[in-house]
Design a protein around this ligand. Structure first.
Ligand code: RB5
Length: 150
């Protein structure tokens, strides 16, 4: 499994914690930035990680900003991206099992690193259940298709 990970300055420290955690677990990842705590714009990082996942270059993405909101909204603009902002393990599990979420969004100013790491583990270890959930995820793709411009 290969993960694309990214954050703005508001999620930089949480990204760092998560990267250490992934390293400890021998999970492959590539850091899409940012690389310092200097202020950057979260849409740029959400787009970069989202596009890499949508192109199939990475199995999953993890994105962090202050709240997780701006960066998840940005990533979700990319067709094929299903980014789930999670602040608890129940949602993380359901986002994989029901929504086949391929990007996990976290808010550094909302949750602590301990919970964030538990959410990451739960999310990475949960599988899409298909069935009726598959039908619903296909409907999401149809909405994207309806509004796709290029
Ligand atoms: C940056 O200050 C902050 O707005 C950003 O990290 C995020 O919370 C946006 O949704």
């Amino acid at each position: 499994m290969k993960i694309a990970i990214g954050s703005d300055h508001g999620g930089f420290l949480l990204k760092d914690e998560i990267m250490k955690h992934l390293k400890e677990k021998n999970i492959d990842f590539v850091d899409f930035g940012c690389f310092t705590t200097e202020s950057v714009d979260y849409p740029d990082i959400g787009q970069a990680v989202g596009e890499a996942v949508a192109r199939g270059e990475y199995d999953k993405g993890i994105i962090c900003c202050g709240t997780g909101i701006g960066i998840s909204i940005s990533a979700n603009k990319i067709p094929g991206v299903r980014a789930a902002l999670c602040g608890d393990c129940f949602s993380a599990k359901a986002s994989r099992e029901h929504n086949d979420a391929n990007v996990l969004a976290l808010g550094e100013r909302v949750i602590g690193p301990g919970l964030a790491k538990m959410i990451v583990d739960t999310w990475l270890n949960s599988e899409f259940q298909g069935g009726r959930h598959g039908r619903r995820v296909e409907k999401i793709a149809k909405i994207e298709e309806k509004y796709r411009r290029n």
